[in-house]
Write a protein that binds this ligand. Structure first.
Ligand SMILES: Cc1ncc(COP(=O)(O)O)c(C=O)c1O
Length: 394
């Protein structure tokens, strides 16, 4: 049987990680994989996470199964953090999932169950795993313009023109903040226009929010998703705690479905629990319990928010430093977009040959589409990168 399997394409980002490891150069720089690193190149366990782990270790008396949806207190805590005042629990169904990826996968499956044959619209470009999960599920998909290669900002006119073609009952996948891979994001006014258009079209927004707190702040980063939740009758939200709590390997995510009323919420809830049951039964608990513990304790929450804020402002400083260096070295303002972008990534706009030259000649690793992980930089490597970018002719 196994001989019938077809080889699967290697995940490009994971292959890049391996190439970086194999590179013997001491001064190589990894701007590839999407993991936050501090100035020392470490992905730290956050202070509040350590404290919550200790507390859980001391007090937890059982490892028996939680519910199929996970602990409802986790959903309330995280859902509340995401939606703020827009969290209407009479209309919100929610399940814990293995990471944000698990939530995306299950959300797409739910769409397939509710509206077989519905088209899922994705931004061009988007996180490659969106596309590969959609392909795996054999779901119809189309893309909408998102990134303007010339300005490195959102091509909003192109986006609206494409979304005008969305059919009733289609789903539109949107990045809640800190767009991956581009770093270019919608303004509040643009979110409002998208909300109006989707409402008019009768389309289902599906928000993927994986970097809340990495852009303009915890509340500001959720402004788009909150606005949509306030205006649209239905929506799906896939959230990840991997980045903002630094608990990547704990696989901590949440899938929420905003329904029109309590009856529809109950229907969505049983379907979400059913999907969990079919795919993996009970969701992982440890990460969810950490998040719930931190958000539910004033001191831990304040400490977590302070550390997250340091992470966020550290990345913003690196963005500004890089844009400044590039302004001086290129004698132009054409890289200023780096300071305007938000989140961990920016698409530099280098050609594949330039990306290759950065790797070959300078030991600088970024994804082939020229996505750079800003958190892979530090004060010493910013000038090195700026010099190399100008050297290869970006
Ligand atoms: C846009 C986007 N969505 C979702 C995820 C899911 O992350 P995880 O499954 O690790 O929680 C990621 C992680 O890289 C991402 O970049």
């Amino acid at each position: 049987m196994l001989e019938n399997l077809k080889d699967q394409p290697a995940d490009k980002i994971l292959a890049l990680m391996q190439a970086f490891r194999d590179d013997p150069r001491d001064d190589k720089i990894d701007l590839g994989v999407g993991v936050y690193r501090n100035a020392a190149g470490v992905t730290p366990v956050m202070r509040a996470v350590k404290a919550a782990e200790k507390r859980i270790w001391e007090t937890q008396e059982t490892k028996a199964y939680t519910g199929l949806a996970g602990d409802p207190a986790y959903a309330r805590a995280l859902g509340g953090m995401i939606l703020g005042d827009a969290a209407d629990w009479d209309r919100l169904a929610a399940v814990a999932t293995p990471g944000g990826t698990g939530a995306i996968r299950q959300g797409l499956e739910l769409i397939g169950m509710a509206a077989p044959g519905a088209t899922v619209w994705v931004s061009a470009p988007t996180w490659p795993n969106h596309l590969s999960i959609l392909r795996h599920l054999n779901m119809p998909m189309r893309d909408y313009h998102y990134f303007d290669d010339a300005t490195r900002e959102v091509d909003f006119d192109g986006m609206l023109a494409d979304l005008a073609k969305v059919g009733r009952g289609d789903a539109v996948l949107l990045h809640g903040c800190c767009h991956n891979p581009t770093g270019a994001n919608l303004t509040a006014e643009q979110w409002a226009q998208v909300a109006d258009l989707l409402a008019e079209k009768g389309a289902m927004p599906f928000i993927d929010i994986a970097y809340q707190g990495f852009g303009d702040g915890l509340d500001a980063d959720a402004a788009g998703v909150r606005l949509l939740a306030g205006r649209l009758p239905q929506m799906l939200i896939a959230a990840s705690c991997s980045k903002n709590f630094g608990i990547y390997r704990e696989r901590t995510g949440l899938l929420m479905a905003l329904a029109e009323d309590a009856g529809q919420k109950a229907l969505a809830q049983t379907n979400l629990a059913h999907l969990n049951r079919q795919n993996f039964s009970f969701p992982p608990d440890h990460g969810a319990r950490l998040v719930q513990t931190i958000l539910g304790d004033a001191d831990l929450r304040a400490d977590w928010m302070a550390e997250l804020e340091d992470v966020r402002t550290g990345m913003l400083d690196l963005r500004r430093q890089l844009a400044d260096e590039l302004r001086q070295r290129s004698n132009s303002d054409r890289f200023d977009f780096l300071a305007r972008h938000r989140g961990m990534f920016s698409r530099l706009g280098a050609t594949p040959a330039q990306v290759e030259a950065l790797r070959r000649d300078h030991g600088i690793y970024m994804v082939g589409d020229s996505r750079m992980n800003i958190a892979g930089l530090n004060a010493q490597t910013v000038p090195v990168l700026a010099r190399a970018i100008v050297d290869v002719g970006v």
